[in-house]
Write a protein that binds this ligand. Sequence first.
Ligand code: HPA
Ligand code: ZN
Length: 343
Amino acid sequence: MTKIDMASFVRALPKAELHLHIEGTLEPEMTFELAAKHGIQLPYANVAALRSAYNFSNLQSFLDIYYQGVQVLKDADDFFQLTHAYLKRAHNDGVVHVEIFFDPQSHLERGIPLSVVFEGMNRALVGGERELGISYRVIPCFLRHLSEAAAMQTLEALLPYREYICAVGLDSSENGHPPSKFSRVFARAREEGLLTVAHAGEEGPPSYIWEALDDLKVSRIDHGVGCEADEALCQRLASEHMPLTVCPVSNIKLAVFDRMESHNLKRLLQRGLCVTVSSDDPAYFGGYELDNLLAVQQALGLSREDMVTLARNSIEASFLSTAEKQVWQKMIGKCADTLMSAE
Ligand code: HPA
Ligand code: ZN
């Protein structure tokens, strides 16, 4: 048998995407289509002009454009179209399970009710499970640049939709907004039986990762690449096998690392941390799940075994049931055996 190429090998491995902002999958073509539908005037002449504005110097410069893009999402069909398009892309990359973030506050503050967001998103997710076999979870995130009171109010607004969500998260501008600012909100979410995750250590210091663990009692750290500056923290993350949802292309586009060859993903993997790979906001950063996996593979010289580890970690770190995880781990084993024995 001839040796299967790396891209086909990585695509074939069943994998979960665990760090994906659905609003960050809004491609410029769809932005223009929805703007026309709703009679919204965009401050860009055309798709190419909008795409060329995707030139970021840090997290905030990205967030400014990302919150502007969200304005074209108005009715349930828009949220359906957005989610449906993402699921098709994910399916092409061999993604079998997705855990999708959304930002309720960026819709509520524009007068878009949560019922509209959930209706459109869930219609696409239910269809995606039926037609593409992709299972899913939904995780609303609080905007950390807004107040604790605003987050608490948002949590209360989410509770009527409790059955549609499995966890809550924390995103937006990291520096100056430590996780501890939201300790009471997350405690309340946990009382409701919700799991918790938080962005920490993307641009922020290791202390934010400690706070996410100790104050918010998270099940995963989103990004977390900043942990390397703190030896005791790395040891804790490794010993607890605490997952990090690392987004390599995002990290380069937002200048967290200067180039992919300098990314610390391989070192974190070698230290035994539970590293997973996701695309974050693929329409803005120009890379979906497979692009992210192949970018780190090539730049860091990851082996096929490393790629199997990343796929296994993504399933292990997901919020699937133990039985569901066992099914996928077996599938990954079979897939790896078959494809690696073809070498
Ligand atoms: N970090 C913080 N907030 C975000 C991100 C991110 O990568 N994407 C969308 N909101
Ligand atoms: Zn993110």
